[in-house]
Design a protein. Structure first.
Length: 113
């Protein structure tokens, strides 16, 4: 692998047997829906007055998080994103999101305001 961005901060070595070891955390395996404990929030802060629905507490791979976010966005008919362990759904769809997650078998409940 010759990706220079992953080797930033590395000091050059003249040792031909040198192996650079990265401090990467392995991605966590996705828990089954019954073991997930998701929290559904409404957030208005730092978003220019716009309201969003946040789903926090997902434990698993980024691909599974993206797939769950895609399902929620399509069922609610709105946009959003899924990154850094949370799903952002545009608008106040907290009741609908909780309904969809429980129907899919996820453990979830409303949180916050």
């Amino acid at each position: 692998m010759n990706d220079w961005k992953q080797r930033l901060g590395m000091v050059y070595s003249t040792n031909p047997d040198f192996e650079y070891i990265r401090d990467e955390e392995p991605e966590q395996a996705t828990l089954p829906p019954q073991q997930q404990k998701l929290r559904v929030w409404i957030d208005r802060k730092h978003r220019g007055g716009k309201t969003v629905t946040l789903v926090k507490g997902f434990i698993g791979t980024d691909e599974d998080l993206s797939e769950l976010g895609r399902m929620l966005k399509s069922k609610c008919g709105v946009g959003g994103s899924a990154k850094e362990g949370e799903i952002i759904i545009q608008g106040d769809h907290r009741d609908r999101v909780v309904e969809l997650l429980t129907a899919a078998g996820y453990g979830c409940k409303k949180a916050g305001n």
